[in-house]
Design a protein around this ligand. Structure first.
Ligand SMILES: Cc1cc2nc3c(=O)[nH]c(=O)nc-3n(C[C@H](O)[C@H](O)[C@H](O)COP(=O)(O)OP(=O)(O)OC[C@H]3O[C@@H](n4cnc5c(N)ncnc54)[C@H](O)[C@@H]3O)c2cc1C
Length: 489
C-alpha cells in the first residue's frame, strides 16, 4: 500500500512537492485554505469587473529552470511568453531597448548597455567595473589581476556574502544616481527590497544568474494568461491522472505533535486527518500559528522564523477606454513603479495576453477597443498610510506624464492591491533564519519560498523548495533521488 502524504498549502511550493511525490507512487492529499490554487502567484475573481484578475503580475526569467520544469510537467509551459527585449523609459519619455547579441556571456548585453540613454559613459564604466567584481569574486579567486577601478576606488576586500550590499556599492564607487538608475532598478523588482536593506549574497545572485552567467538567464517570461489559468484544466488533469486529492477551502487549524512526530492535523472545519508524512507549504508566519507553542520554543529551527522580515508589493490595475501603450511592457527609470505591463493589446508581445472574462463578457473590462495595464510597485513602503484612491491617483498621474496617449484617454476602472507581506526581505544574513526542508519532527517537512533554497522569494524559489522537500522525504524513506533541475549551462 502506497504511503500517504498530506500537503498543507496549494501554492507553487505545495504543488511542486505534490507533482514530485505523486509521480513517485505516494498517495497525495493537498489541503488548501482558499477555493483556488497558486497562493500568492494566482488570480481572483473580481465581481465588479466579472473577470479573473491577477493579484499581481508575475514574471519569470530564463534562469528559473525549476519553475519552467514544473510548468512543463503540468502542461502549461506554452502559457509563458519570452520577451525578446526589455524596454526602459525615463521621465523624459526616452526609451532604451535591451536585447542580447550573439556575443558570449557575460558580454551578450554589452551592446544594449553601451547604448542605454539613461547612464553616462563614466557611470557605465563604474557599473562595468562593479559587475566584473561581482563575477570575479563569485569565482572564488581572481580570474586575472584586478584592474584599477575608476578613480582608484573599490579596493580588494574579502567578500562577506552576508554584508550589506550598500557597503559593497560604496566600496566599489557606485554613486547614488548609479544605484538608483541601475543596481536599484534591477534589485527592487527582483528582490522586492530597496538596495539599502539588501544583503550582498542575493544582490550578487540576481546579477550573476540573471545577467552575467548565461545569455538566456535574463530573458523575462510573462504569462500570456491570467495567473489563475496556470492552475486550470491542465493541472487538474495531471492531478487526476496521478490520483492527487485536492481539498479546497480546507484550512488547517492545528498540527498535532506527539513525541517529536506529527500525529495528524485538525482542519478549521473540525476534521482530523492522518498520514504517514506531512509537508507544510504555507507562508512562514502561518506555520508558527499551526504548531504547538512548545514545539516552536523547543526548536530554534521553527523559532528562528520570527526573525524573517517582509516587504510589501502594490499592483495598480488600470482599464483605459483606448490603447495608451504600444510596447508589451516598460521598466520605469526614476519612477514610482518599476514595471508597467501591457495586459491587453499586447504590443509586440508574441502572444498578446488578455484578461479572461469568466461570465457576463459584456460587463468585463476593458470595453471594446480599450486597454488593461498593470503597474507594479515593489518594496512599496512609500504607500503606507495612503488610501487606494491616493495610490491610484499618483500612479495614474505618472502614467499620464510618461504616456501622452493616456492624457486624452478615459480611465474606466482602477483597482489597487497591496500584499503587505509579499515576500521575505533578503536582508544581510537572512539565510540564518531560513530552515532546511527537513524539520526536527521526524515525519514533517517544510516547503515555501522562505525555506533554504539559495534563492530569493520567487516562484522559482517556491518550486525549488517543493522539490527539495520531496527530495528530503524520499531520502528519509530510504529512496534518495535528486529532483532539482540543473541551472542554465
Ligand atoms: C504581489 C506579489 C508579486 C510577486 N511577483 C513575483 C514575480 O514577478 N516573480 C516571482 O518569481 N515571484 C513573485 N512573487 C513571489 C511569489 O509569488 C512567491 O514567491 C511564491 O508564489 C510563493 O509560493 P509558496 O508556495 O511558497 O507560498 P504561497 O503562494 O503563499 O502559498 C501558500 C498556500 O498555503 C495556503 N495556506 C495558508 N495557510 C493555510 C492553512 N492553514 N491551511 C491550508 N492552506 C493554507 C495559502 O492559501 C496558499 O495557497 C510575488 C509575490 C507577490 C505577493
Amino acid at each position: 500500500m502506497a504511503e500517504r502524504v498530506l500537503i498543507i498549502g496549494g501554492g507553487l511550493a505545495g504543488l511542486a512537492a505534490a507533482t514530485a511525490l505523486a509521480a513517485r507512487g505516494f498517495r497525495l492529499t493537498l489541503l488548501e485554505a482558499r477555493n483556488r490554487l497558486g497562493g500568492r502567484a494566482s488570480s481572483f475573481q473580481d465581481d465588479a469587473a466579472e473577470q479573473l484578475i491577477d493579484n499581481c503580475q508575475h514574471v519569470s526569467m530564463g534562469c528559473c529552470t525549476n519553475l519552467a520544469h514544473f510548468f512543463r510537467t503540468i502542461g502549461v509551459g506554452d502559457f509563458m511568453a519570452a520577451q525578446p527585449a526589455l524596454y526602459f523609459m525615463t521621465p523624459d519619455r526616452r526609451v532604451s531597448r535591451f536585447a542580447a547579441t550573439d556575443w558570449p556571456a557575460p558580454l551578450h548585453l554589452a551592446a544594449s548597455f553601451l547604448r542605454a540613454h539613461f547612464l553616462s559613459p563614466l557611470e557605465k564604466l563604474r557599473i562595468a567595473w562593479g559587475l566584473w567584481r561581482l563575477l570575479r569574486d563569485s569565482a572564488g579567486s581572481p580570474l586575472t589581476p584586478a584592474p584599477s577601478p575608476p578613480q582608484g576606488r573599490g579596493e580588494s576586500l574579502p567578500v562577506d556574502a552576508d554584508s550589506p550590499f550598500a557597503d559593497w556599492l560604496a566600496r566599489h564607487g557606485q554613486t547614488p544616481r548609479i544605484v538608483a538608475r541601475f543596481w536599484g532598478l534591477v534589485l527592487v523588482s527582483a528582490l522586492n527590497e530597496t538596495p539599502d536593506r539588501i544583503g550582498l549574497r542575493y544582490a550578487r545572485k540576481v546579477f550573476l544568474d540573471g545577467f552575467l552567467r548565461h545569455p538566456r538567464g535574463f530573458v523575462v517570461e510573462i504569462p500570456k494568461v491570467p495567473l489563475g489559468r496556470l492552475y486550470g484544466d491542465e493541472l487538474q488533469h495531471w492531478l487526476n491522472r496521478h490520483q492527487v486529492e485536492v481539498r479546497w477551502r480546507t484550512g488547517v487549524k492545528r498540527i498535532l505533535v506527539e513525541d517529536e512526530r506529527v500525529g495528524g492535523v485538525e482542519t478549521r472545519g473540525g476534521d482530523s486527518l492522518v498520514a504517514e508524512w506531512y509537508i507544510v507549504a504555507v507562508p512562514d508566519q502561518r506555520l508558527l500559528d499551526l504548531l504547538p507553542v512548545g514545539v516552536v520554543e523547543r526548536h530554534a529551527y521553527f523559532a528562528n522564523l520570527k526573525n524573517l522580515e517582509h516587504s510589501p508589493i502594490t499592483s495598480v490595475h488600470l482599464w483605459w477606454d483606448r490603447p495608451v501603450l504600444t510596447l508589451p511592457h516598460l521598466v520605469i527609470v526614476d519612477g514610482i513603479g518599476q514595471w508597467i505591463f501591457n495586459r491587453h493589446n499586447g504590443g509586440q508581445s508574441p502572444s498578446p495576453s488578455t484578461p479572461l472574462p469568466l461570465k457576463g463578457e459584456g460587463r468585463s473590462f476593458p470595453r471594446a477597443g480599450g486597454q488593461y495595464l498593470q503597474v507594479v510597485v515593489s518594496a512599496a513602503r512609500q504607500f503606507r498610510g495612503l488610501g487606494h484612491e491616493e495610490i491610484g491617483r499618483r500612479v495614474v498621474n505618472e502614467l499620464r506624464r510618461l504616456m501622452p496617449a493616456a492624457r486624452a484617454a478615459q480611465l474606466q476602472k482602477c483597482r489597487v492591491i497591496t500584499e503587505n507581506a509579499a515576500t521575505f526581505s533578503a536582508v544581510p544574513g537572512v539565510d540564518r533564519w531560513r530552515p532546511a526542508q527537513s524539520s526536527p519532527l521526524h515525519n514533517l517537512f517544510v516547503a515555501g519560498d522562505w525555506t533554504a533554497t539559495d534563492w530569493p522569494a520567487t516562484m522559482e524559489g517556491a518550486v525549488r523548495s517543493g522539490y527539495l522537500a520531496a527530495e528530503a522525504l524520499l531520502a528519509r524513506c530510504g529512496r534518495p533521488e535528486n529532483l532539482l533541475q540543473a541551472d542554465l549551462i
